[in-house]
Write a protein that binds this ligand. Sequence first.
Ligand SMILES: *[C@@H]1O[C@H](CO)[C@@H](O)[C@H](O)[C@H]1NC(C)=O
Ligand SMILES: *[C@@H]1O[C@H](CO)[C@@H](O)[C@H](O)[C@H]1NC(C)=O
Ligand SMILES: *[C@@H]1O[C@H](CO)[C@@H](O)[C@H](O)[C@H]1NC(C)=O
Ligand SMILES: *[C@@H]1O[C@H](CO)[C@@H](O)[C@H](O)[C@H]1NC(C)=O
Length: 393
Amino acid sequence: MGLKLSIIILIFVSFLSDFSSAQSGVIDISKFGVKPNSDITQAFASAWNEACASPTPSKIVIPSSTYKMGALELKGPCKAPIEVQVDGTIQSSGNPSDLKGAEQWVRVSYVSFLTISGKAVFDGVGAAAWKQNDCGTNKNCKMLPMNFGFYFLNHSIIHDITSKDSKSFNVMVFGCNNVTFDGFIVSAPATSLNTDGIHIAKSSDVKILNTNIGTGDDCVSIGDGSKNVTVQNVNCGPGHGISVGSLGKNPAEEPVVGFLVKNCTLTETDNGVRIKTWPSAPGTSPITDMHFEDITMVNVKNPIIIDQEYCPWNQCSKQSPSKIKISKVSFKNIKGTSATPEGVVLVCSSGVPCDSVELNEVDLTFNGAPATAKCANVKPTIIGKAPTCAPVA
Ligand SMILES: *[C@@H]1O[C@H](CO)[C@@H](O)[C@H](O)[C@H]1NC(C)=O
Ligand SMILES: *[C@@H]1O[C@H](CO)[C@@H](O)[C@H](O)[C@H]1NC(C)=O
Ligand SMILES: *[C@@H]1O[C@H](CO)[C@@H](O)[C@H](O)[C@H]1NC(C)=O
Ligand SMILES: *[C@@H]1O[C@H](CO)[C@@H](O)[C@H](O)[C@H]1NC(C)=O
């Protein structure tokens, strides 16, 4: 192409984009020729590139319909705030290899002031992939693609959208700061392996509010380097509950500081609120300031659990205790029913016992009788009604 022609095209293109941003910065992906049931991967990427380059705030609109979409990466940094309003249903391919090795179906990274809104259902069509998942028995298994990865976002809000039937984790939050999920929905069957709801690591000031999570693994889990995470007004079930950890496997892990879980209901889950660390593991970063309050348990197998001997499928030895110190943990106003006799299990490390653990108004029943508590390497402070610790046999 001649230089003159390229310059003319450049001027024309920038004229066009100035023209569209002058119209309040709305980028409707219909303009890229998208039709119902068509694949929107390219159109979405083009709309993103246009929005990201815009010096003024812009909004990408994906109108309500059913679409297909391949692996999509939305990358910043961008010049101004962006809102992506997505409605309708967006379907992934059911075949993991169609995502061409992407760790996530939708990955958003290095963006500040992003809003994702709308009522869209992002359907990972995971059923076929769950059958290929051997992570229950093979510790070197290959991770299947997740629905969403949010990496290094600042000051962003994700609201109302649904993550459905992810092939593995629904959402990974990594390296983010001040990110809020509000009115988010996670939906996957109880039998789907490793479909964790929202996993947070190396992030600060993350909030999960007014969210319903039903899944086959942890509803919310926070990994190393999580600071100041809030989970409030969240319903969890089915699933494995709300977890801190598991931690300790990696020597380079960072501390977990500040976790508030408030006004949540867990229904028929395997665990309620749980902190878990691996024994015989190198990690030493502490876990501190974990607060669980105003929580209702409905027929939960392990409503309150600290497990510093976490070792599923005998993947580890219990020869040496966990080196992770857990301190300043409170369980306050926790009510409801346990599906097992032991409502409270606090098994701390014999190497570094737990400090400042409080049971404050913990009122759990099993078959109509008060649920019991067993404790090792911890002397919880009891305030109000709460079960007394029996030693671990
Ligand atoms: C997010 O915030 C961090 C810390 O302030 C900063 O280093 C980083 O550049 C920000 N990221 C973006 C995409 O603006
Ligand atoms: C957090 O992000 C929200 C949404 O962009 C923003 O309104 C708010 O000011 C941010 N808070 C801080 C402390 O930066
Ligand atoms: C933790 O979050 C609260 C509430 O959002 C905020 O006021 C506080 O500044 C945060 N603390 C730290 C250490 O980031
Ligand atoms: C507790 O959470 C539920 C949603 O699960 C909400 O409807 C209710 O208003 C919340 N209560 C308070 C006191 O915030």
